[in-house]
Design a protein around this ligand. Structure first.
Ligand code: IMP
Length: 181
């Protein structure tokens, strides 16, 4: 899998180090409160696992599954919930854990749904932020890394369901996705 990368952006050590810093911030901000980590399947699961272990406060976790309506993302941000939360979030402090915020359209949709369930607070924590591509403003409270406007894989992020298990984050060689019909 490494041979398909043009460049490694973050090694596993750098990722672990940065996630513990962000976990420290979150632990301070939510001290004495009960936090619910809502994670978007599937990519963010890898990030969630490291993050939750590094937090110093008790947390609950739950998962949201989403499916794009349009294969190839011809209609970005148009998603449907394929797996809803198992727990109520009414009156809870909720942190939405994402793998990457790109245009922000997916997250805007999810934030609208979750805020309608009246949590006591709702914030976003993303592993990667590609803010140069943002189309809608998203309040990102915690981010591990800002990345350039390139397609990246690894540490949960995929291309056609591949590369998720790479322990680092890297830029995928463009010939990999340009060679597909
Ligand atoms: P948004 O709605 O444009 O913010 O899209 C976010 C979703 O697009 C993410 O949850 C990923 O599934 C996907 N995505 C965006 N950029 C990348 C990337 O560089 N690598 C892998 N997936 C990406």
């Amino acid at each position: 899998m490494y041979e398909d990368l043009e460049k490694v952006l973050f090694t596993e050590d750098q990722i672990r180090q940065r996630i513990s810093e962000v976990a420290g911030e979150i632990s301070r901000d939510y001290e004495g409160r009960e936090l619910m980590l809502v994670t978007v399947l599937k990519g963010a699961v890898f990030f969630l696992t490291y993050l939750a272990q590094a937090l110093k406060i008790p947390v609950r976790i739950d998962f949201l599954g989403i499916a794009n309506f349009s294969p190839g993302r011809a209609l970005p941000g148009v998603v449907r919930i394929s797996k809803d939360l198992d727990q109520e979030i009414h009156g809870m402090d909720v942190l939405l854990v994402e793998d990457i915020v790109d245009t922000g359209l997916t997250l805007r949709y999810l934030l609208n749904i979750l805020s309608g369930r009246l949590p006591s607070s709702l914030a976003v924590c993303t592993f990667l932020d590609k803010s140069a591509r943002r189309l809608v403003e998203i309040p990102v409270k915690y981010r591990c890394f800002e990345i350039p406007d390139r397609f990246v894989v690894g540490f949960g992020l995929d291309y056609n369901q591949n590369y998720r298990t790479l322990p680092c984050v890297g830029i995928l060689k463009s010939q990999i996705y340009q060679s597909k019909p």
